[in-house]
Design a binder for this molecule. Structure first.
Ligand code: ACO
Length: 481
């Protein structure tokens, strides 16, 4: 399959919505509504019972549309899907998303047979199918949205460089809403559903060459074509980081998966081994999935496993040290030369070791000078900074100045030093952390989450080095180089 075929799922020039309902409480209405709110391509509602939906001329069958159609989105009851698929084939449509539920996930003879028919028809006409039992795709860059959720009750994220592939539609959508609130941009979202045809391997093979995608994230339950998946992962991870949240770790979880998407989840230990072998960064929850994705999308990978901790509060420094060490990172002692340089610029009461504790009396310049010295020391590979914005000597200017020091030092270094932050606090802290993040330094509400984000940068850097692609990756990672 060529990547051109898959690309039509993300960049179609025209979309038909089969089952575009006139009833606002139905899936087919909301889907059409969401689609036409931002998408600028041609849209054709298909419904044999009406002549117009949401102000657009409706056609009784897809075969009656006079123009070419790149993508058909099907939202009719399961029993009608095969005949609609036949029509799509006759019309020459090559890309189909089947939103409808009621197939393999039911575990019934009819459900399994219905899904088999979809595959058979797709093969007959050379069509590619996402679904059934899915939400389809969301591509903010072109306003393409085939999901059917109520936009009055959720937000959709802006365009960004993280792509998210989800086997669960509902979880995927909740993540989109959350990402919008968190200010995380999305390149492509795909809900794969039952994966009767297009699966995560197809997505990896496409996204590895997608210029808009810097980091690939996935929520998966079961992968049926293990060998192919491993091959796709192996060719993707030396080029782009892949972060996966794999559900069904317990026996009970595996049972729950069978009734959700009908996938065979298999033993978790097998996935774990495969992920390690392929350089996948495994997340154990939604926070971790996006914490790691965010650091990888904003910061360059680290060239080693040594962490420098720069803090305004001693306790946080200790907790960050514990968190980093428990993840297998090193928190090295700094050399006498570096300690000496730090002493020269910090308050006498500061602790110039690692963690470097500038103390609650610190002013902006103490943090700025310290990060500069630590980054240039050659003794740490990644920095976790822990500002307390409520300290009396800290002003709002720290946000812009800190981002600017990190950027300018990294421009001078042959290999940039990634920086992530942890700022625990309330609304003022959140506001300032958000501003830091807008400047390209990811900020987390706890030191443990920041440590995991730093770990992802170290681990991925180590993987790139083992594959000989560290320098290639860095040169493509324009932001900090
Ligand atoms: N071609 C075009 N339109 C047709 C056809 C046809 N052959 N047959 C019927 N229609 C029209 C209907 O007339 C109706 O329009 P109307 O309301 O204006 O009359 C529209 O298509 C929808 O058909 P209905 O029979 O009303 O079907 P309904 O909307 O009730 O349900 C649906 C269809 C939404 C596909 C449902 O069967 C379903 O699968 N729902 C679940 C969807 C889902 O959850 N998917 C997974 C998401 S991922 C997750 O995890 C949540």
């Amino acid at each position: 399959m060529s990547s051109g075929t898959i690309s039509k799922f993300f960049y179609p020039n025209s979309v038909a919505v089969v089952g575009a309902s006139r009833d606002p409480s139905k899936v087919g209405y909301q889907l059409l509504y969401n689609l036409i709110s931002k998408y600028k391509g041609r849209v054709y509602p298909i419904n044999p019972h009406v002549s117009e939906v949401l102000g657009l001329k409706a056609y009784p069958r897809i075969t009656s549309v006079p123009d070419d159609i790149d993508l058909a989105v099907i939202s009719v009851p399961a029993s009608t899907v095969p005949s609609v698929m036949e029509d799509c084939g006759l019309k020459g449509v090559k890309n189909v998303i089947v939103i409808s539920a009621g197939f393999k996930e039911l575990g019934t003879v009819e459900g399994i047979e219905g899904e088999r028919k979809i595959v058979e028809i797709a093969k007959k006409f050379g069509m590619r199918v996402i679904g059934p039992n899915c939400m389809g795709v969301y591509v903010p860059k072109i306003g393409l949205n085939t999901t059917f959720l109520n936009p009055d009750r959720m937000d959709f994220p802006e365009h960004g460089n993280i792509s998210f592939i989800s086997q669960s539609g509902a979880f995927g959508i909740a993540v989109l809403d959350w990402a919008a609130m968190r200010g995380i941009g999305i390149s492509k979202f795909v809900s794969l559903g039952n994966k009767c045809d297009v699966d995560e391997s197809d997505m990896l093979d496409y996204l590895v060459g997608d210029e808009d995608t810097q980091v690939i994230t996935m929520y998966i339950e079961g992968v049926e074509v293990g060998r192919r998946f491993i091959k796709s992962l192996k060719s993707t991870t030396p080029v782009k980081p892949v972060v996966i949240l794999k559900a069904g770790r317990s026996e009970e979880g595996v049972r729950a998966i069978a009734s959700h998407t009908g996938s065979l989840a298999g033993a978790d230990i097998v996935y774990d081994a495969a992920f390690k072998q392929c350089g996948v960064l495994r997340a154990y929850g939604m926070d971790e999935l996006f914490d790691m994705a965010l650091s990888l999308s904003l910061q360059p990978p680290a060239q080693g496993m040594r962490v420098g901790i720069l803090t305004v509060g001693g306790g946080s420094g200790v907790m960050a040290t514990d968190a980093a060490v428990s993840l297998g990172l090193k928190v090295p002692k700094l050399s006498d030369a570096t300690v000496g340089k730090l002493r020269n610029v910090l308050l006498p009461i500061a602790s110039p070791y690692n963690p470097v504790d500038v103390t609650g009396s610190a002013r902006n310049e103490h943090l700025l000078n310290a990060v500069d010295i630590m980054m240039r020391s050659g003794e740490v590979d990644v920095i976790i900074w822990i500002p307390y914005f409520m300290a009396p000597g800290i002003t709002d200017e720290l946000v812009e100045d800190f981002v600017s020091v990190v950027r300018s030092v990294n421009k001078e270094l042959s290999t940039p030093i990634p920086v992530v932050g942890a700022a625990t606090g309330g609304r003022h802290t959140l506001k300032l952390s958000t501003a830091v993040e807008k400047g390209g330094i990811p900020m987390y509400p706890t030191v443990e989450r920041a440590a995991k984000a730093a770990w992802a940068l170290c681990k991925y850097g180590q993987w790139l080095k083992s594959k000989g692609t560290f320098d290639d990756y860095l040169s493509r990672f324009s932001k900090f180089t």
